[in-house]
Design a protein around this ligand. Structure first.
Ligand SMILES: Cc1cc2nc3c(=O)[nH]c(=O)nc-3n(C[C@H](O)[C@H](O)[C@H](O)COP(=O)(O)OP(=O)(O)OC[C@H]3O[C@@H](n4cnc5c(N)ncnc54)[C@H](O)[C@@H]3O)c2cc1C
Length: 397
């Protein structure tokens, strides 16, 4: 996006990527349908960027969800709003969009150089690239770095830029997993019998590090090591920060979100007859399979004979989370280059002429298209910023 903005201003653009082809993470995002952006009103949309809202707002104001949809249309890709308000390409694929985009960039004059891994600057200020044919040095009037975060490193973004820029005086918040799963100390029974099972519908409740209660309904998946999936990703920033501060976090699961506690207790109080407790729970409260296993994993055994306490536990089952899954497995990255070290054109104050965009900046957002939207928007600002810098250098006032 930065290249597109810059070439539209008539400057020469050379684009380098360490991988054998560009846009691999973008293609990976396409595996989940490529959720490009979200259709919710601006106020709610911007709130998704939490404490970084003020930094993201001007970027998205210049190139927001509607502009992004228009841009995709310009590449021959129509979009639609799904039932959740999320926006996808009509074919739910990333490859046709990326292909059309690369074709247009090449036509407009962007030169692509793949298998060029950037490794900092030499003493003359040239960019150093490791290539199949050894080190290549390149001088540029302005540089846009859009090196991504640290998740899924085999798709190209490995976060190694952190030490390169920190060594140049750039202030960087430590990279942390965002939209990630969490470890639970499962029994062997859960690990071997229920890994891969979805838990739905379920409400995940807890308390944010700021002390605010949250309740989110959705679904998640039990994994061999813990839990992951939509409803967990949505609250993962809070859970991660709480674990960082306290070493663990307790969430509470409502395994029967479709009925309130009095109704649940009433249902459970109906005669059981000769049925086992397991089939009574299944029949009267819809608790079976993985939900029944979770209940047995974390409930106090004596509660099975006290229906009021059993009901209360089903509505608020405590599950301790002991660690976030590693950054490499996360959907996205929190932390990165601090906005305080950037000007409004996303140029590094410590390195004039070097601009930064995308996930390498210090912001995070839930899934829902907010990630790609802010990456695109920041890329445009950085690309136009770089060309403005070049023209100011060439035509000093
Ligand atoms: C499984 C998955 C699904 C996702 N689905 C969605 C979704 O549906 N919607 C959404 O909004 N977001 C989604 N995301 C997040 C989204 O893909 C990222 O936020 C986005 O791609 C980040 O863009 P970026 O340009 O900042 O970085 P990246 O897309 O990571 O690109 C960075 C590029 O820099 C290159 N690079 C890195 N270091 C160097 C170096 N030293 N030298 C040369 N090149 C280098 C990399 O090879 C890479 O091509 C998903 C992420 C994952 C992992």
């Amino acid at each position: 996006m930065a290249a597109e903005a810059a070439i539209s201003e008539g400057v020469r653009v050379e684009l380098y990527d360490g991988m054998a082809s560009v846009g691999r993470k973008f293609l990976l995002a396409g595996k989940g349908g490529l959720n490009l952006t979200h259709s919710e009103p601006a106020e709610g949309f911007l709130a998704r960027y939490g404490p970084r809202r003020a930094a993201i707002e001007p970027l998205v104001a210049a190139f927001g969800p509607e502009a992004l949809r228009e841009w995709a249309r310009g590449l021959g890709v129509e979009t639609f709003v799904g039932t959740s308000g999320r926006v996808f390409p009509s074919d739910l694929k990333a490859a046709p969009l990326l292909r059309a985009w690369l074709r247009r960039l090449r036509r407009d004059g962007v030169n692509f150089h793949v298998r060029h891994r950037w490794g900092g600057w030499d003493q003359t200020g040239a960019l150093r690239f490791a290539t199949l044919h050894g080190v290549r040095l390149v001088h540029a009037d302005a540089v846009v770095l859009a090196l991504g975060g640290g998740s899924w490193p085999r798709f190209g973004s490995d976060g190694r830029w952190v030490s390169l820029l920190a060594g140049r005086g750039v202030s960087i918040e430590p990279l942390r997993p965002a939209n990630c799963g969490f470890d639970v100390n499962w029994s062997r029974h859960i690990r071997t019998r229920f890994a891969g099972h979805p838990v739905k519908p379920v409400v995940v409740a807890g308390i944010t590090p700021e002390g605010v209660e949250f309740r989110r309904q959705g679904e998640f998946v039990v994994t061999e090591t813990g839990i992951e999936g939509g409803v967990i990703y949505g609250v993962s920033a809070w859970l991660r920060d709480e674990i960082l501060a306290k070493g663990m976090v307790l969430i509470r699961l409502d395994l029967a979100p479709d009925r309130d506690l009095p109704r649940l207790i009433k249902d459970l109080s109906r005669p059981r007859g000769s049925r086992s407790m397991a089939s009574h729970l299944q029949r009267r409260a819809g608790i079976e399979g993985v939900k029944a296993a979770l209940l047995r994993e974390f409930m106090v055994k004596q509660d099975l004979t006290d229906l009021e306490r059993l009901g209360a536990t089903i509505k608020s089952l405590p599950v301790p989370l002991i660690a976030s899954r590693p950054l490499e497995e996360a959907i996205s990255t929190a932390g990165g280059i601090a906005f305080e070290g950037l000007d409004e054109r996303l140029m590094l104050r410590a390195l004039p002429g070097v601009f930064c965009a995308g996930e390498m900046l210090d912001w995070e957002a839930p899934t829902g298209g907010y990630l790609l939207t802010a990456c695109f928007a920041s890329g445009r600002v950085a690309g136009f910023g770089a060309t403005a810098w070049i023209s100011a250098m060439r035509n000093p006032a």
